[in-house]
Design a protein around this ligand. Sequence first.
Ligand code: CMC
Length: 433
Amino acid sequence: MAKDSVTITHNGTGKSFEYALKQGTIGPPAVDITALYRDAGIFTYDPGFMATASCHSAITYIDGEQGILLYRGYPIEQLATKASFLEVAYLLMHGDLPNEVRLDEFEHVISRHTMLNENLKNFLAGFHYDAHPMAILCGVVGSLSAFYHDSLDVHDADHRLISARRLIAKVPTIAAAAYKHNVGEPIMYPRNDLRYCANFLHMMFATPCEDYEPSLIAEKALNLLFILHADHEQNASTSTVRLAGSSGANPFACIAAGIASLWGPAHGGANEAVLDMLEEIGDVGNAPKYMDKAKDKDDPFRLMGFGHRVYKNYDPRAKIIREVCHQVLNELADANNPMFDLALKLEEIALSDDYFVERRLYPNVDFYSGIIYQALGIPRNMFTVMFAVARTVGWVSHWMEMMGDPNNRIGRPRQIYHGPPTRDYLPFSQRSG
Ligand code: CMC
């Protein structure tokens, strides 16, 4: 038997089947069981994909044991301190860092796609004034497929690239418009002379009566948060985008599906939930009570911003954000931010608590990000929208990778059926109950 294979023996029939191990550049190998059902008539069962690789990918690598995150091979710590968000976007989409000319071209193209079709404003106007901006984002991004028919042929690589660029360019415009709708201010047009993050802050905070000059520290902080949130391999929303796209659905519909998945509190919705939680706890003195609630299996309360499916070590993104929090809060004259102090204290308590230590629960990317967003003046219900703006880059990169793969097949999991076996239709007179 080959060393790079796994043998599965069916104890009932005594038959054995050999399956090859697939090895990536780094990381554990995966046993290729695609022929298992054909060979042995059995499925595998892995709810939540605890041990299942759903695809090949060359975009992002995570080592959850060591707390390592690489985008196309580059450590996140290097990109976060040295690169611009659009440079990282190019890297994720195309595989390599751009040279200066390519980056200029890319920035130019993205800035030329930032405007929305004017009729899209009618969609925005239809939402209730207090609609959650994630609801608006999900609906309006989905509606883009009704406006941009000229880039919807998913089998054409040029169309795919145009759609991907349109999404990266237009999602921030829609996100800021959702905020403006909430606060009842006119939607601001994008400014092509500004960099990506500065333009986003302009669309959020300028009004037709008053311009807004984003501070360099605000722009830098946003650039960093967007880089850290740009991709995270096969997380729930990215897997949703891939599954939706595997049927040949158009990219705008797929990204809308990703936004819907991201909204959940176990995923991107956690950054909003962390601030709700910190506000509820209110004071360090209440921390023990809430720690007990988090550990109580009969209580739905969880320490939001803690724990991760993959990281069993400190999330490297949380480490960077925690450091930057100090810097941003100091520079924005918000040094005595009580939420940040409480978060630091909670982390300290949790990391010395047996429950969290045994389960290897550490702060994740969402634990500190909301504190920075809040210091930048971003309202709490926009936190997950901010995550979506950044993650759009990851979603389109994965979608393009999948659609360009000649082996791509429709995603179609199997199940273990627990319903009634075959039975006959009965007339009313013979039905019980
Ligand atoms: N507070 C209290 N207990 C927790 C927490 C938490 N935040 N996270 C996990 N646990 C416990 C869990 O109850 C379980 O205990 P036991 O083994 O006794 O049953 C154990 O730790 C393992 O947790 P799990 O729920 O089986 O782990 P998972 O991989 O299915 O879930 C998670 C991962 C992120 C959904 C979960 O840790 C969680 O709900 N965290 C809070 C929400 C959050 O911060 N989400 C953001 C994730 S990172 C960014 C993103 O993905 O968008």
